[in-house]
Design a protein around this ligand. Structure first.
Ligand SMILES: *[C@@H]1O[C@H](CO)[C@@H](O)[C@H](O)[C@H]1NC(C)=O
Ligand SMILES: *[C@@H]1O[C@H](CO)[C@@H](O)[C@H](O)[C@H]1NC(C)=O
Length: 228
């Protein structure tokens, strides 16, 4: 009970942060965009990756927890995790908005960089928006089969560790500056499963990630769900 109250409070705080940002409040850590400024930019026009967004990949460790028995037999392999980004609104000093992919391909989420809360926040803050494909979905499948041994790395814990690793290591093609966390504020957004993952990511990796907006975040887990 206390736990879900704390989480609900966290979500409310996060939503409060988002609405402040959308209204253009000063947020420590990044500069407001000044509309109409012909400000210098770290992204050339060609590098802004407008839609249809080019596919990008990062080499991601399959197993972020080599010392944890739950992930035996372990692997040191990496897989290519796909991401799409939009730097249309990006201004140097702006934050990064990470749209958490959830249970589908990154490509099928692409319109969320053009409309909705991430687009509004990018425009309001001079931010860059990026969708990281969830491991085991779309083209980001670490193995060429689905044996039990290979599915062991498909957990929320590994998934949110992907987000933290990505924030610390990504080099955006065409952006001539480092946008890694925690030097640059990374703000996660996710809905439903990805909303739960957003809240969990902030809880587990709050030293790396700046903030999160958990929309309809799932905060209780059931092993079996016949009502569904
Ligand atoms: C960006 O925000 C400004 C200021 O609120 C608004 O006038 C403009 O229409 C927005 N642009 C887009 C593409 O949303
Ligand atoms: C990238 O930035 C560095 C230093 O900030 C500068 O010397 C270099 O010319 C820039 N490169 C491009 C392609 O803009």
């Amino acid at each position: 009970m206390a736990r879900s109250v704390r989480q609900a409070t966290l979500l409310l705080l996060l939503c409060g942060f988002a609405s402040q940002t959308a209204q253009g409040a000063d947020v420590p850590g990044f500069r407001r965009r000044r509309h109409g400024d012909a400000a210098e930019t770290g992204a050339t026009l060609a590098a802004r990756q407008p839609p249809p967004y080019p596919d990008n990949v990062i080499d991601m460790p399959v197993d972020h927890y080599p010392l944890d028995d739950r992930y035996k037999p372990h692997t040191t392999a990496t897989f290519q995790q796909h991401y799409l980004f939009d730097a249309t609104y990006y201004q140097p000093g702006g934050p990064v908005f990470l749209y958490v992919g959830g249970e589908t391909s990154a490509r099928s989420r692409a319109s969320n960089l053009q409309t909705g809360i991430v687009q509004i926040l990018m425009n309001a803050t001079g931010g860059l928006g990026v969708i990281l494909e969830n491991r085991y979905y779309g083209n980001s499948y670490p193995f060429d089969d689905s044996t039990t041994d290979h599915l062991v790395y498909l957990t929320n814990e590994q998934t949110i560790a992907d987000a933290a690793y990505f924030a610390q290591h990504v080099v955006f093609p065409g952006i001539n500056e480092s946008l890694t966390a925690p030097g640059t504020p990374w703000i996660l957004y996710g809905g439903s499963l990805a909303g739960g993952q957003t809240a969990m990511a902030l809880k587990a990796h709050g030293d790396v990630l700046y903030a999160g907006i958990a929309s309809s975040g799932i905060i209780s887990v059931k092993l079996e769900y016949p009502e569904w």
